[in-house]
Design a protein around this ligand. Structure first.
Ligand code: FMN
Length: 274
């Protein structure tokens, strides 16, 4: 049930909701109505575009939304957020407050997904003690697997060896960077744009985190360890069997502070004309 409803006192019958509907499912009889609820992919554009706030859908009414006029971040602030974002490889032991983690996840949850599937499955390990236990198991078993030999490509084997060596000899945690929390995203293999969806989710997660002074680190090494050395972790993390693993991301309070943006010069673009 979409629970599509129109406040007839507010509706000015401008037709913007009908024009903006991807599948053209809204008809303007006297007032807008949805012709085929089954086809609606629940993007809520009708609610978002209505100039008078007359449309409610899926239990959401315009009063639950944030008005956009005058509320959007300005372009220079967004540019600084993007250019000032850094991979954080040192974290404070102190965990984040649960409500801040929830806020971060809830905002990232608004990232776009192909056909609005919202198929991204978020596996969160927010308990620092669990992260430590998980981390110790990963190091122990990775070292063990490397001793026995793996079919991984030499470059990756050398990377894994370096990771274990750093931990053993110098107590440097290259894999988890002593972060108190991490997320792993996965998505059903049947989801049409799952790889993009998962990557976009984490990109939004990372930028929102940055704005909240929370550090993040994309963790390609952990993803590779799970996929090629310790595949049982996928199941033990509760990731459904038919899911593809997207990526892992560490997060927590940064123990480093960057002072300035870095500049990467102009974008390398190849213009084409037709
Ligand atoms: C997909 C992806 C995977 C990454 N995996 C790791 C990783 O496993 N360990 C790590 O320390 N950094 C990892 N990074 C961080 C990159 O090394 C980092 O983004 C890059 O060096 C640029 O630094 P910056 O993020 O501070 O701009 C990864 C980044 C991305 C985008």
């Amino acid at each position: 049930m979409l629970n599509f409803s129109v406040n007839e006192e507010l509706c000015v019958k401008c037709g913007l909701c009908a024009q903006d509907c991807f599948y053209g499912l809204i008809e303007l009889d006297e007032f807008p109505r949805v012709t085929d609820e089954q086809k609606c992919f629940q993007c809520q554009h009708c609610l978002a575009i209505c100039p008078t706030g007359a449309i409610s859908i899926l239990g959401n009414s315009p009063e639950d939304s944030i008005p956009l006029k005058g509320s959007l971040a300005d372009e220079d602030m967004v540019a600084t957020l993007i250019k000032g974002r850094r991979s954080i490889r040192a974290y404070k032991a102190e965990p984040l407050e649960p409500e801040r983690i929830q806020k971060l996840l809830d905002v990232a949850w608004h990232a776009p997904t192909g056909v609005n599937s919202r198929c991204v499955h978020i596996t969160l390990m927010d308990d620092p003690e669990s992260v430590k236990k998980f981390r110790d198991e990963v190091y122990d078993r990775l070292e063990d697997a490397l001793e026995k030999g793996t079919s991984e490509i030499p470059y990756v084997v050398n990377l894994f060896k370096m990771v274990c060596q750093q931990m053993k000899e110098s107590n440097i945690d290259v894999l988890f960077r002593d972060a108190p929390h991490f997320v792993v995203v996965s998505a059903p293999q049947s989801a049409p744009s799952r790889v993009a969806d998962m990557t976009i989710f984490l990109s939004y997660f990372e930028l929102m985190a940055q704005s909240m002074k929370i550090g993040t680190l994309w963790n390609g090494i952990l993803k590779r360890v799970i996929e090629s050395i310790l595949p049982d972790l996928k199941e033990r993390l509760g990731i459904p069997e038919d899911h593809e693993l997207g990526y892992a991301m560490l997060f927590g309070k940064p123990a480093v502070k960057y002072q300035r943006t870095i500049e990467r010069g102009e974008a390398r673009v190849r213009r084409v004309e037709w």
